[in-house]
Design a protein around this ligand. Sequence first.
Ligand SMILES: C[S@@+](CC[C@H](N)C(=O)[O-])C[C@H]1O[C@@H](n2cnc3c(N)ncnc32)[C@H](O)[C@@H]1O
Length: 345
Amino acid sequence: MTNGSVAEHLLDFRNSCYSGCESKFEDLLGQDIYPRLLGRLLSQFAIAPNSGKKYEKFIDEIPTETTIGERKFLFNFFAQIWKGHYQVLEIGSFLGGSTRAIASGMQVNPNRLDRSKLHTFDKFENYYNPDRLLSFLAPLFENGSLKEEVCEQIKRSSDFLDIFRLIHQEHEYYPLIKQKRGVLPDQVEDTANLENIFKLPPGLMLDAVFVDGCKSWYGTKYFMREISACVLPGSYFIFQDYGAFTCFWIPVLVAMMQDYFKLVAYVDNTYTFRLTKHLDVQEMDQRFPDTPELVGKSNFDLIFSEMLKTAMDWNDTFTLVNYHLQHAAALAYIGERTEARSKIV
Ligand SMILES: C[S@@+](CC[C@H](N)C(=O)[O-])C[C@H]1O[C@@H](n2cnc3c(N)ncnc32)[C@H](O)[C@@H]1O
């Protein structure tokens, strides 16, 4: 094969990935190569349309709990892969590092319809204590994005919805953002009395969901149940915590619903899946119980042994180590501490 035809294939690969549909390269390259390659491509700026470089610094300004690779990925994904026809949902915006990357990508996407917005939810309180939040926000005080008087506000209250607004409101992408308080219940019992419990506005249809606020087993189930009727087949689920060893419930949910999710890209801890059919709530209720205790040790062992085998087949050490740690975390969570310990020590 000549250099010219290699270049042609790469161009073809790029174009077919960016058409936003299932691409012939997915099968050709396989699950071990395609998602890694697409994740790598999208986390570079070299391939972004015209203005990619301009955004490199911009999406690195807000203190955040995501990596720069993940934010470049989000920017490029929403600029080029997302079809731009329906609504985008984010859960877990914090100060909006990921929100800015997504909204800026949406803004430059030539296919975005006017009606398409980014609906971003968070509990917007009680995450960092005031001292920690103040020191985390130091770069924004230093560069003048936040005024000194905001310090007093942060010392008085753990609520950061106003801070979120102040960080974003002057920017061109802000009209795309609809931020709202939404709290996910950590346990079934919390659903009855929780103030500001997460609810989607009526009538929303979603074609992309970024998840970085599902910090408990039941919170994840509640979230997926709430949005299930609003996500169209072909939509994307971008799970930031898929590769975080503490959040074992995310890969377990995906594994239990594996006929619904196809892996299309990953970078750092963020794994992106395409929804292959309508999310069936009853099916999810049956497969994913309300607590991890109801799954039990032998089922966790089975699920993780399958996942570990896949990561080994992919020759992917990072994913392999994460699955191993997540297996230990799941066992520790249900009280199998000795076994959990033996996996990590
Ligand atoms: C890891 S941070 C998100 C980081 C963010 N995406 C960024 O770019 O920096 C997790 C967020 O989830 C939110 N969160 C945690 N538990 C939640 C819950 N039960 N309901 C809603 N939001 C929650 C926290 O307030 C926090 O802002």
